[in-house]
Design a protein around this ligand. Structure first.
Ligand code: FE
Length: 192
């Protein structure tokens, strides 16, 4: 561990102590948030997607209010920025980026993949989204419009991908298993 990291840990501990001393948060709330962050993974978003594919009422809720839809799946959202969900269709494909830094719907997808934070991804998503998708081996018909959406500190986005053909009659568990992290960012599309 370097000196700088040690200082960072000490600083974090001091700030936590101060927040508790000033009654701004309790130790229990900090622990709850820490656990929610540690438990968050793309598997949670995938469960939401699979349910939306099989349950029209849930899909409507998800597109209306992503935060409520996550909470309906017992994903802790307290203190998290609001979650918005964008549906891919035959006409529009959504691609999520944070042009400013690395804002990501961590509550439902966990930590962002390394490329999401890269300057190359952040700039190319805006400048050349189709070329960027090509690097992820995602080819969309020219008729599909690519909608690039900027995640911010105030609002986080995730993509509801299209359910792939050939999955008729599948259980939600089977469906959730084919939904990958990149599908919910819009760099890839689910396939069977
Ligand atoms: Fe950001």
């Amino acid at each position: 561990m370097t000196l700088i990291e040690t200082d960072g840990e000490d600083l974090l501990a001091a700030i936590r102590k101060l927040l508790v001393a000033k009654n701004l948060v309790t130790e229990a709330e900090i622990a709850e948030r820490q656990q929610a962050t540690d438990n968050a993974s793309p598997g949670q978003g995938a469960k939401m997607v699979a349910r939306a594919w099989t349950d029209p009422a849930y899909k409507a809720l998800m597109l209306e209010d992503g935060t409520k839809a996550a909470e309906a799946m017992n994903i802790p959202m307290r203190g998290m920025p609001p979650l918005g969900v964008l549906e891919n269709s035959d006409e529009v494909h959504n691609l999520i980026v944070c042009t400013l830094c690395s804002c990501y719907p961590r509550a439902v997808l966990g930590y962002p993949p390394f490329w999401y934070k890269s300057a190359a991804y952040r700039s190319r998503a805006v400048r050349d989204p189709r070329g960027l998708l090509g690097e992820f081996r995602t080819t969309l018909p020219d008729t599909v419009k690519i909608h690039v959406v900027d995640s911010t500190a105030d609002y986080r986005w995730m993509v509801l991908p299209k359910r792939p053909a050939g999955t008729e009659g599948w259980s939600v568990e089977q469906l959730a298993a084919i939904v990958r992290e990149g599908d919910m960012v819009g760099v890839t599309v689910p396939s069977v």
